[in-house]
Design a binder for this molecule. Structure first.
Ligand code: UD1
Length: 431
C-alpha cells in the first residue's frame, strides 16, 4: 500500500517553484488532437493525470513522448476515436477528448466516467451543448457516442451552469464548426483562457475566453496546424503552498505563482493573519501567529475555487475561533472531513455547510487521501499534528502534485513514502 508518512511540527519556510497547471495541461494535450502533425506542450507537470491523458491519446493512435516538462503529441493520424472505460475510470477529465475528437474525426466514443469521491459529476451540459452544435448523441453500453458525419455547425449555447469541462469541450468542438458559436454563461476559470490561447495559436478564432461569453468563428477542421504552447502555472498548487504556510506559521515564497489568479484565496489568508507580498516572480506568504478563523464560500471563478475548500479547512482546523465554510460547486465534497476528525479536528457538516471550531493542535493518526485536494488537506493537517501521520492512498496526491515529497522536504518538512511509489515520471513504463 502506498502511504505518505508526515511528521508534524515543522514550520515550512523557503522557496518552492510551482509546476504547470494540471487542469490546463490536460486540456492542452486533448486540444492537440485537432491538428494533424506534432504539437508540443511545455510546462506540463509530471503527474499521474497527465500520464493518463497521454495514454488516452496513445489509445487513439497518437504517439506521446515526454522530454523534461515538454510533451510532444503526434496527431498526424488517429487510428481510433474511443476513450476506453479503463482509462476514463481512472481520470474523468478524459471526457475532454470528446469535443476535439468529434471536430477532427466526426465521431467519438468516450466511456461514461461514473461517480467519484466528490459527488455525482454528470456530463449533461457537455452533451446538450454538443447536440446544439449538430452532433447526434446517444449512450450505449456505458459509453457516450457522438457523431457528426457532415461536420458541426455553429450555434448559440447558454449553459445552465458555468461548467469548466463543458465550456472547454464545447470550445474545442466549435472551433472546427461551420459558422459562429456563442457560449453564454461560460466558465471563466483562467485555465479556459489558456486553452483558448493554444487553440488560437493553432489557427482557431476564439474571442472572450475568460469571460462569460465566448465567441468562436469556426474555421473548419482543415485549418489547424500543430503548435508549441507553454501551460500556465498551477493556481491550485500555489494556493496549497500558501495555505500550508498559514497552517504551519511558516514563510513560503511560491515562485512562479500568479497572484492575480489567487486574489480571493490570498485575501482569505490575509484575513486569517497572513502577510502576503507579491515578489518579482511570485508570491510570499508569511504567518507569525496562530491563524484566526475566517468564513468562506466556494463558487465558480472568479469566486473562491472549490479545489481550495479542503485545503483551507485543514488550515482553519487549527485556527483560533470558529469558521464557517460553504461548498457551492460539488455535492458531497465534505466526505474527507471524517479523516480530519480522526486527527482531532472539530468540524461539523450539514448539507453544504461546515462549522470548523479551531483546535490548538491536531493529533497524528492513520488517515486516507480520498481525492487529490482532500489528500493535500491531509498533508497540511499532518504538518500541524503532534507525531507522525500516515496518509494512505497517496496515489491521489500523485495525480495532481508534482514532486510533492521533494518540495515539502525543501521547505523543511519531515516526510517520506512508505511502500511502492507510483511510477509517474516515465509514462512508457506505466503503460
Ligand atoms: C474542473 C476541474 C476541477 C474543479 C472543477 C470546478 C479539471 C480537470 N478539473 O472539473 O479540479 O474542481 O472544474 O472548478 O479541470 N456539472 C453538471 N453537468 C455537467 C458538468 C458539470 O451538472 O455536464 C456540475 C458538476 O456536477 C459540478 C459542477 O457542475 O457540480 C462543476 O463541474 P465542472 O465545472 O464541470 O468541473 P469539471 O470540469 O469536472
Amino acid at each position: 500500500m502506498d502511504r505518505l508518512l508526515v511528521t508534524g511540527g515543522a514550520r515550512l519556510a523557503g522557496t518552492v517553484r510551482v509546476s504547470g497547471a494540471k487542469n490546463a495541461a490536460l486540456k492542452h494535450m486533448a486540444a492537440a488532437l485537432l491538428a494533424p502533425g506534432r504539437s508540443v506542450v511545455r510546462n506540463v507537470p509530471r503527474i499521474l493525470d497527465c500520464t493518463l491523458m497521454g495514454r488516452v491519446l496513445e489509445h487513439l493512435g497518437v504517439p506521446v513522448t515526454w522530454e523534461g516538462d515538454a510533451v510532444s503529441i503526434d496527431a498526424t493520424t488517429l487510428t481510433s476515436t474511443e476513450a476506453p472505460y479503463e482509462l476514463v475510470r481512472q481520470m474523468r477529465a478524459s471526457i475532454v477528448v470528446l469535443g476535439p475528437l468529434l471536430a477532427r474525426a466526426g465521431r467519438a466514443r468516450v466511456a461514461l466516467p461514473g461517480g467519484d469521491e466528490i459527488g455525482s459529476r454528470p456530463i449533461d451540459l457537455h452533451v446538450h451543448g454538443l447536440a446544439k452544435l449538430g452532433a447526434r448523441i446517444r449512450t450505449e453500453h456505458g459509453f457516450v457516442v457522438a457523431e457528426a458525419p457532415d461536420g458541426l455547425r455553429g450555434a448559440v449555447i447558454t449553459l445552465d451552469y458555468p461548467s469548466v469541462g463543458a465550456t472547454e469541450n464545447l470550445m474545442m468542438a466549435a472551433v472546427a464548426a461551420r459558422g459562429t458559436t456563442v457560449i453564454d454563461n461560460a466558465a471563466r476559470e483562467p485555465e479556459i483562457a489558456d486553452v483558448a490561447d493554444l487553440l488560437v495559436a493553432m489557427g482557431a478564432r476564439v474571442a472572450g475566453a475568460g469571460t462569460s461569453t465566448i465567441e468562436i468563428d469556426g474555421v473548419g477542421v482543415d485549418a489547424f496546424h500543430p503548435v508549441e504552447h507553454a501551460t500556465m502555472p498551477d493556481r491550485i498548487e500555489s494556493g496549497t503552498w500558501a495555505a500550508a504556510a498559514v497552517a504551519t506559521r511558516g514563510d513560503i515564497t511560491i515562485a512562479g505563482a500568479r497572484a492575480d489568479h489567487l486574489d480571493l484565496l490570498l485575501g482569505k489568508l490575509a484575513d486569517a493573519g497572513a502577510t502576503v507580498d507579491r515578489t518579482e516572480d511570485g508570491v510570499r506568504v508569511r504567518q507569525a501567529e496562530r491563524p484566526t478563523a475566517v468564513d468562506f464560500v466556494t463558487l465558480p471563478y472568479p469566486g473562491l475555487a472549490t479545489d481550495f475548500q479542503p485545503i483551507l479547512m485543514a488550515a482553519l482546523a487549527v485556527a483560533r475561533g470558529t469558521s464557517i465554510a460553504t461548498e457551492n460547486v460539488f455535492e458531497s465534497r465534505f466526505l474527507y472531513v471524517d479523516e480530519l476528525r480522526r486527527m482531532g479536528a472539530d468540524i461539523r457538516t450539514e448539507g453544504h455547510h461546515a462549522v470548523i471550531r479551531g483546535v490548538e493542535r491536531l493529533s497524528a493518526a492513520p488517515v486516507r487521501a480520498l481525492d487529490i485536494r482532500a489528500g493535500a488537506a491531509m498533508v497540511i493537517a499532518a504538518l500541524t499534528a503532534d507525531g507522525r501521520t500516515s496518509i494512505a492512498d497517496v496515489h491521489h496526491l500523485d495525480r495532481g502534485y508534482e514532486d510533492l515529497e521533494r518540495k515539502l522536504t525543501t521547505l523543511g518538512a519531515e516526510v517520506r513514502r512508505d511502500g511502492e511509489p507510483v511510477v509517474v515520471p516515465d509514462p512508457a513504463a506505466a503503460r
